[in-house]
Ligand binder design. Structure first.
Ligand SMILES: Nc1ncnc2c1ncn2[C@@H]1O[C@H](COP(=O)(O)OP(=O)(O)OP(=O)(O)O)[C@@H](O)[C@H]1O
Ligand SMILES: [Mg+2]
Length: 447
């Protein structure tokens, strides 16, 4: 049905309707076209937006990555400068420890001599026992300083953990501040462990000294042993392990300090009072012996350190030291340094050797007619008038089978580099302990 517009004839009406229909279709097509265009535009808009978002996300990720790399670089720079500082410190420490070791060797040797002249049980003998004990521990500490940064050897033995702990704490009792109670809670079922005896003593000594330093005004130190629990060493098999706990009621450790406790040379103690090597050494020694160390602490709430040690296989008996053999041959000691010569002669005489001495090569040669022919000559390498090597050559021309042991403050590789002829068996580095001297003399004679 048509719709009338205007006043024209009937044909005009038809035309109008047809035109209108055509016009409608054209408009419909245009609307559809515009819709499609709109849809395309929306599509482009969506694409554009998502592209932009992706771009922004990528940019953000790239920025984060740059930041991570920068932080990593900063950390590496810090570690490098810390490593350089440690290296320099290590060299200084090594030198000081070496000199200190020499002094301790002299103290120890003379204290031991003096001790043998005193009756057991006298108060002077007890005092000297303490001197010997402290100096022995001192040499272990210098050994610890010298070995920091190197991997020392580990010689595990079967040890009665409770007995070792008990003995050490008895020795240390007087080192605690007045008002300190020491409690032992040792479970007899832990039995024997397999551990290097020197290492075990070093670890315990470090932990107990730290506990002592944390309780300057007194407190309670509890040392306990028991079979290991899984919580003592998460992730490891603790079936054949035992745990020793050292707990103090001292100042405790704030979290920011805890993060650095195991760094070598990290200490909060005043200069001269702490090397900062105690915990890092203890942790290293525990690892070398197949054990583990962990620490729990909070400021004002004391500190608990747990060490987990491997049990010894069933049937192993704790080792006892084997007494050294005591031969009685004749030894000539040639050394220009009075202190060293006197010490060596006394050590050897105490150990049953016939000893005569000379201050240098010339004096040694001059004494030959007067003294009985030696079985062994212990001589310094560098001496003012006639050196050790020249002396040995002259002596060997007279008695070809003569045994010679050379000593020197240089280390073996330096001597070999300079002379090209020395063998390890013929060499005793200075400083040496009484035991090292006796052992070197006995083994040179036995070869
Ligand atoms: N039981 C403890 N209570 C409180 N603080 C402790 C304890 N043990 C260790 N610390 C903290 O950890 C630091 C590092 O200890 P570590 O034994 O390695 O070195 P040190 O004790 O400072 O020096 P050294 O062992 O040579 O005497 C200490 O300076 C101290 O701050
Ligand atoms: Mg310490």
């Amino acid at each position: 049905m048509g719709t009338r517009h205007g006043t024209g004839p009937g044909d005009g009406d038809d035309l109008d309707a047809a035109e209108l229909r055509a016009e409608c279709r054209r408009l419909e097509a245009e609307v559809a076209l515009a819709g499609a265009r709109l849809e395309r535009l929306a599509q482009v808009e969506r694409l554009h937006r998502s592209g932009q978002e992706a771009l922004e996300r990528n940019l953000e990720a790239a920025r984060e990555r740059v930041q991570v790399v920068e932080e990593e670089l900063e950390r590496l720079r810090d570690r490098l400068s810390a490593a350089q500082r440690l290296e320099a410190l290590g060299r200084v420490t090594g030198g000081v420890a070496h000199d200190f070791n020499n002094l301790l060797t002299v103290i120890l040797t003379h204290a031991r001599f003096a001790r043998t002249a005193l009756a057991d049980g006298s108060s002077a003998a007890q005092d000297l026992d303490r001197v010997v004990d402290a100096a022995t521990r001192g040499t272990r500490l210098t050994g610890q300083l010298l070995s920091a940064g190197r991997t020392p050897g580990c010689r595990p033995s079967v040890l009665d953990l409770n007995a070792v702990t008990h003995e050490l704490l008895q020795l240390l009792q007087e080192a605690f501040a007045p008002g300190t109670a020491v409690t032992l809670e040792l479970d007899p079922s832990v039995g024997n462990v397999r551990f290097d005896p020197v290492h075990l003593e070093q670890v315990l000594l470090n932990l107990v000294s730290n506990a002592r330093d944390a309780m300057p005004g007194g407190g309670t130190l509890t040392v306990g042993s028991r079979p290991a629990l899984q919580a003592d060493w998460p992730g490891a098999s603790v079936e054949n392990m035992v745990t020793l706990t050292v707990r103090d009621t001292g100042v405790g450790i704030p979290p920011q300090t805890q993060a650095r406790l195991f760094e070598p040379y990290f200490t909060t103690k005043p200069v001269g009072q702490g090397t900062g090597l105690g915990l890092s050494t203890a942790q290293d020694l525990m690892q070398q012996n197949g054990g583990h160390l962990s620490l729990v602490s909070a400021p004002g709430q004391g500190t608990t350190v747990r060490i987990v040690l491997p049990r010894a296989e069933a049937g192993g008996a704790p080792l006892r030291p084997v007494p050294a053999p005591r031969p009685r041959p004749k030894v000539m000691v040639v050394e220009d340094e009075d202190l060293v010569r006197r010490m060596a002669c006394r050590v050897l005489r105490r150990n049953g050797f016939d000893v005569f001495e000379a201050r240098d090569g010339q004096e040694a040669l001059a004494s030959l007619g007067r003294e009985p022919a030696p079985d062994l000559v212990l001589t310094d390498l560098m001496m003012p008038s006639l050196g050790g090597r020249e002396l040995a050559q002259v002596l060997r021309e007279r008695s070809p089978g003569l045994k010679v042991l050379f000593m020197s403050g240089l280390d073996l590789s330096q001597v070999v580099q300079e002379t090209g002829w020395l063998e390890r068996e013929q060499f005793l580095p200075k400083p040496f302990t009484a035991e090292e001297l006796t052992r070197a003399i006995s083994s040179t004679l036995a070869n």
